[in-house]
Design a protein around this ligand. Structure first.
Ligand SMILES: Cc1cc2nc3c(=O)[nH]c(=O)nc-3n(C[C@H](O)[C@H](O)[C@H](O)COP(=O)(O)O)c2cc1C
Length: 168
């Protein structure tokens, strides 16, 4: 069983339980580490060529415009072949109700035919939103399992839940 984790995460200023806090490690990054405690997996981090600002407010404005205008920002590096993998884990924050545009841009270039896809979303309180609807469009041909969502403030204690979700 070959596993690949494709993830996006943003360090810097973000909301934690209603206050702005500086994150040295992103929430989705913490979730990736949890997954790797239970399975062997390769990882691919989706990173934009131009970093998002440290400021949360500036970032949400940029992300909103990207989504409204269907802009897929350029990435540092693209993954183009996932043929050697059986299960693809997609780990991401929720941005404006769904996956960030850079991650969407990466996923839409891949051939998911015959793959199993498991989606893990971290957010600040509003669940999976449109993430699964968009994953179905982006990962055409895959067997898409139920997604799991973890609130940002709960990522550190989410290990047991993640273990169950991996095994189901
Ligand atoms: C640009 C942006 C948009 C966001 N949009 C939402 C949203 O629509 N719903 C939500 O619950 N949280 C939203 N959040 C909060 C993040 O999803 C949440 O803080 C997540 O845990 C961050 O993960 P990360 O540290 O890996 O980037 C948003 C955060 C950012 C920066």
């Amino acid at each position: 069983m070959n596993n690949l984790i494709i993830y996006f995460s943003r360090r810097g200023e973000n909301y934690l339980n209603g206050s702005l806090v500086n994150f040295e490690v992103g929430n989705a990054e913490v979730l990736v580490e949890h997954i790797k405690e239970f399975i062997d997996a390769d990882t691919f981090q989706v990173e934009t060529k131009e970093s998002y600002p440290d400021s949360y407010m500036e970032t949400i404005e940029i992300a909103k415009k990207e989504q409204e205008n269907n802009v897929y920002p350029e990435l540092k590096e693209y993954l183009d072949d996932i043929s050697q993998y059986d299960t693809i884990y997609i780990v991401s924050p929720k941005w404006w109700g769904t996956l960030p545009m850079p991650l969407q841009g990466q996923l839409k270039q891949l051939d998911f035919t015959g793959k199993t896809v498991k989606t893990l979303i971290t957010h600040e309180g509003s669940g999976l939103g449109n993430s699964m609807k968009d994953i179905k469009k982006l990962c055409n041909g895959a067997d898409i399992k139920d997604g799991l969502d973890i609130k940002g403030s709960d990522v550190q204690k989410a290990k047991d839940e993640i273990k169950e979700w991996i095994e189901y």
